[in-house]
Design a protein around this ligand. Structure first.
Ligand code: G16
Length: 604
């Protein structure tokens, strides 16, 4: 090791151990369901290390491939932030990469760090894996107040690592500024076009994202069976959760309008759906009483911070804070029912109305499968295989409908889209995966790509190619899912309402609760999280509780994004589901050292 190299390593070590040390407010920074996620105030040191280690991961990829870092805490409140990493194919880190990252962000031994950097430098000198090829680390961030600062720290760590390893101009750090999480994944995937099918043009930029999906949507809307056929076009009201998705919806809407105007006169009278974006950054507090997490978990419409609608809204959707989840809903007129919101001046009564329908991730997956099944029935040759991936949170009625009515296979994966994504890729040519919370997409195999091309070439049908172009294959994407659902309802199904969609099957009443405990890491679950294995007193008590209600099913698991234990319960009636949820919450509180008030049935 030359003295100059040692000197460079010293400057990296000084940055991570002295200038930006890890906060001692936390003993261990764990990698959760979707990356690192903590109170933003304790993340400075973590971000520098994540930036640095991302460069090491980037240099370990086998050939010239890009990676991405997204700074967001998604559905959490504004006081949180987080960091998610995107791999070359647009998906998330492998388990061994997560382990590597977790071990090293928590490491404070200067000697160990020095050895890691020396080994890496030596390896680069010997193997020169990137001598003639450029690799880029793409950064994106959401609209949280602390995101620019944390992004800067991440860039500093990454740059310090590049400088120390002398990998000079072959590694680029590209800060794209404000993006939705799926935009960052799109940019990473499109920067590695070897992972794209031949019929998707690589467009690795924010504008490329907007154009890709706007064009596919407009094509499908103007070439479908019902295109221009007098379909009733209801306005779609989008709740942007006061986050980063709001502006993206506006850009997408403008791009769609421009394309429709260009198409005018060529493709009939389709004018597209009027998409109206509400709840942008600053309109109200991020994710508070708005957004998909609120609508799905509280079973309430959002507060429309830019003016409370006093009329019935029959076609709405809500995004989460980084626009990777979506649920659809209808709401009746604001009624006397109110949500109490405290502010500095005291309580404010905000009219909210009631949900008329909630179409969650289960329902979105089934809508997609329903249309695709019909389309595949019509094709002359053998079809690609299709199946659905769900988690334990999927409503029992949805699983039954997929298996018994759609006759499609269901796989149950652990919570976290990273788990669902892999199960979908590994098991099906058309893998439809959705969590009930609205996080999901469709992934397609090579066999599907060949099938789609053949349909286009031999049978003059572009449906499957265009459908693939409308879907973000990298990650669950609220904006693509929004356009996809709109196309399916308005065009592919000839003008379905939310009521018709909802009537496909009746969900079992369900309830989700959160319980605070002293240390949620004492709780362990089986592989698909349907049973609690530790503490061993929990599961027998849950079984006992389930036996007291009709069609009862409950499970508990520690959240990987919040400091809570999540409780899910469903049963034949609303009352029984609520009773079972309360019983399960009490079991968690009693057996796992609950903190605060003991949950009771009157909590909701
Ligand atoms: C993340 C994950 C989702 C998961 C959610 C909640 O979503 O990407 O797959 O369902 O967290 O996870 P947990 O129940 O462990 O808290 P997001 O949108 O918050 O990034």
């Amino acid at each position: 090791m030359s003295p100059s190299s040692s000197f460079r390593f010293d400057s990296v070590l000084s940055l991570i151990l002295k200038d930006q040390p890890l906060s001692d407010a936390l003993q261990h920074y764990g990698y959760g369901t979707a990356g690192f996620r903590f109170k933003a105030s304790i993340m400075d040191g973590l971000m520098v290390r994540v930036g640095l280690l991302s460069i090491l991961l980037l240099l370990e990829t086998p050939s010239s491939e890009d990676m991405g870092i997204m700074i967001t805490a998604s559905h959490n409140d504004e006081s949180y932030n987080g960091v998610k990493l995107a791999r070359p194919d647009g998906s998330m880190l492998t388990p061994s990469q997560e382990d590597f990252l977790t071990a090293w962000v928590n490491e404070n031994d200067a000697e160990k760090w020095k050895r890691l950097l020396e080994d890496k430098a030596e390896n680069l000198r010997t193997n020169q894996p990137c001598s003639d090829s450029e690799r880029t680390l793409h950064l994106g961030r959401d609209t949280r107040v602390h995101s620019p600062h944390l992004s800067l720290l991440c860039c500093q760590g990454a740059q310090a690592c590049v400088d120390a390893l002398v990998v000079n101009s072959n590694v680029r750090i590209l800060d794209h500024g404000v993006l939705t999480t799926p935009m960052l994944h799109h940019i990473v995937l499109h920067s590695n076009p070897q992972y794209l099918p031949s019929y998707i043009t690589p467009r690795p930029s924010r504008n490329g994202y907007i154009q890709t999906f706007a064009e596919a949507y407009v094509y499908l809307m103007t070439h479908g069976e019902s295109a221009g056929g007098g379909t009733t076009i209801n306005a779609l009201h989008v709740d942007g959760a006061c986050g980063v998705g709001h502006q993206a919806v506006k850009e997408l809407t403008l791009a769609i309008q421009d394309l429709l105007e260009e198409n005018d006169g060529q493709s009939g009278s389709c004018t597209g759906t009027v998409i109206s974006a509400h709840n942008g950054p600053g309109d109200g507090p991020l994710n508070l009483d708005c957004g998909s997490e609120h609508v799905q978990k509280q079973l309430l419409p959002p507060i429309w911070y830019d003016g409370t609608p006093t009329t019935t809204l029959d076609y709405c959707c809500a995004l989460d804070g980084d626009a990777d989840r979506i649920v659809f809903f209808g709401q009746d007129a604001a009624s006397p029912s109110t949500v109490s919101k405290g502010d500095e001046d005291g309580d404010v009564e905000t009219p909210t109305g009631q949900l008329t329908h909630l179409l969650d991730g289960d329902k979105i997956a089934i809508l997609i499968a329903h249309v695709l099944k019909e389309k595949l029935n019509d094709v002359p040759d053998g079809s690609p295989t299709m199946g659905i991936v769900q988690t334990a949170y999927a409503n029992g009625a949805s699983t039954k409908y997929v298996e018994s009515t759609l006759n499609l296979p269901v796989k149950v994966a652990k919570t976290g889209v990273k788990h669902l994504h892999h199960a979908a890729v590994e098991n099906f040519d058309i893998g439809i995966y959705f969590e009930a919370n609205g996080h999901g997409t469709v992934v397609f195999s090579k066999a599907f790509e060949e099938f789609a091309i053949k349909q286009q070439q031999n049978f003059n049908s572009s449906f499957f190619v265009k459908l693939h172009q409308l879907i973000n294959p990298a990650v669950g994407d609220a904006l693509c899912d929004m356009l996809l659902v709109d196309f399916l309802l308005k065009s592919a199904l000839g003008g379905w309402t939310l009521q018709q969609w909802n009537d496909m099957y009746q969900d079992l009443p369900s309830r989700m609760l959160k319980v605070k405990v002293q240390d949620r890491s004492i709780i362990r679950c089986n592989d698909n999280e349907t049973e609690c294995t530790e503490p061993d007193t929990v599961q027998p008590l849950l079984q006992q509780a389930m036996s007291t209600v009709n069609q009862g099913r409950t499970f508990i698991r520690p959240s990987g994004t919040e400091d809570v234990v999540r409780v899910y319960a469903e049963a034949a009636t609303r009352e029984e589901a609520d009773t079972l949820a309360a019983l399960a919450a009490q079991i968690v509180y009693d057996t796992c050292n609950g903190v605060g008030d003991r949950p009771s049935a009157s909590s909701f």
